[in-house]
Design a protein around this ligand. Structure first.
Ligand SMILES: [Cu+2]
Length: 113
């Protein structure tokens, strides 16, 4: 009986983890190489999320926090203007809150060459 309880608990936790919103697609795509610095980056999530912070890291430069503007409410799609720093590797790190209030985070990278 005790074992069943543990199994049920693990199943519940796993289900909860899968319920979280994830990045479906980004523009540029994760790992993409583009020829020009994009004027904006966009995210599409699998479920509603409220972005709380998005950082851009260009190679060895300090992280720059992107302006979320009025995109601070729950949504599945976001597009943020980007102040480009020329060629190189860009890493975009995002943080947000799911509809259940849990913190989420992720990142993607692209190269301008
Ligand atoms: Cu959660």
């Amino acid at each position: 009986m005790k074992m069943l309880t543990i199994v049920a608990l693990i199943s519940a936790l796993a289900t909860n983890a899968f319920a979280h919103s994830k990045v479906d697609t980004t523009t540029p795509e994760d790992g993409a190489t583009v020829t020009e610095v994009p004027s904006e980056i966009s995210f599409n999530f699998t479920d509603d999320i409220r972005l709380t912070k998005v950082n851009m890291i260009h190679q060895d430069a300090h992280a720059v926090t992107l302006d979320l503007g009025d995109q601070t409410s729950f949504s599945r799609a976001f597009a943020l203007p980007l102040q480009g720093m020329g060629e190189g590797i860009y890493r975009i790190e995002w943080r947000g809150l799911g509809v259940d209030g849990h913190a989420m985070q992720g990142e993607f990278t692209f190269t301008v060459d």
